[in-house]
Design a protein around this ligand. Structure first.
Ligand SMILES: Cc1cc2nc3c(=O)[nH]c(=O)nc-3n(C[C@H](O)[C@H](O)[C@H](O)COP(=O)(O)O)c2cc1C
Length: 231
């Protein structure tokens, strides 16, 4: 059994999608031959597309971007679709799984992206195994020491179990959407304080600048020479 673990996060370095793949890996069948792929700005080579088409299973892990799929990954999916249409042998047996993480708290923000993957499977002649969407993905970086299945990662344990159950049985199952076992309000407060306000400060903005609506007068940024610059 050949399984490709595909990280579709366009970020460099550590990613939340990588965290999900790392937690999934020990749960996969021991006899599986696992290959890993990172989808970055550089396109995959032709031979890599052929390798992917020869896999029994593809596990896509990616972040939600604008309720959909990041563009690097979309390019790769489009290329794969083209390959399946030009190839004489349609790879009917490829099974596809997706683990999507997003920034908002609720994992069901990923519903549309799951449908995009499901439609893509249909176009390629692949079998859609299952998928899950997990909210508050940026939390993963700070809970790496917590065992999956306990504390804030209790629901992640269930989501992985759901995916692995479908991989082992070969049956397609309905997608699963979840979020960390952590109070939503506390997540909102900490992401506002530790991420959004801190990022605003780094860019010489104030928290109130983040709440500006389109059409309001431009923000004036300080310049090194004391002059201000419009944004
Ligand atoms: C350009 C961009 C668009 C995003 N769009 C969404 C979105 O529509 N909904 C959402 O909940 N999170 C959104 N996010 C947040 C990411 O999904 C989130 O930070 C995720 O945990 C990143 O995972 P990664 O480390 O695997 O890249 C967006 C982030 C970026 C940079």
């Amino acid at each position: 059994m050949n399984i490709a673990l595909i990280n579709g996060s366009p970020k460099g370095g550590a990613t939340n999608s990588g965290f999900l793949l790392e937690k999934l890996r020990p749960l996969l069948p021991q006899e599986a031959a696992i290959s890993t792929y990172r989808i970055g700005p550089k396109a995959l080579k032709n031979e890599q597309y052929l390798e992917l088409l020869a896999m029994d299973m593809l596990v896509l892990a990616f972040p939600l971007y604008f309720d959909a799929i990041p563009s690097h990954l979309l390019r790769m999916l489009t290329e794969m679709e083209r390959s399946t249409q030009s190839s004489n042998q349609r790879p009917q047996t490829v099974r596809v799984y997706a683990m999507i993480n997003n920034g908002f708290f609720e994992g069901d923000q990923c519903k549309l992206a799951v449908e995009l993957i499901r439609n893509w499977c249909e176009r390629c002649g692949f079998m859609f195994g299952t998928a899950f969407g997990h909210g508050a993905g940026e939390m993963f970086g700070s809970v790496g020491h917590v065992p999956v299945g306990s504390g804030p990662l209790k629901n992640l344990g269930l989501a992985l179990e759901h995916l692995v159950g479908s991989i082992r049985s070969g049956e397609s199952t309905e997608p699963f959407f979840t979020q960390p076992n952590f109070p939503r309000g506390l997540w909102k407060l900490s992401s506002t304080q530790l991420f959004w306000n801190a990022t605003a400060k780094k860019n010489s903005l104030k928290p109130k600048d983040l709440r500006r609506r389109p059409g309001m007068p431009p923000i004036r940024l300080p310049q090194s020479g004391g002059k201000r610059q419009d944004v």
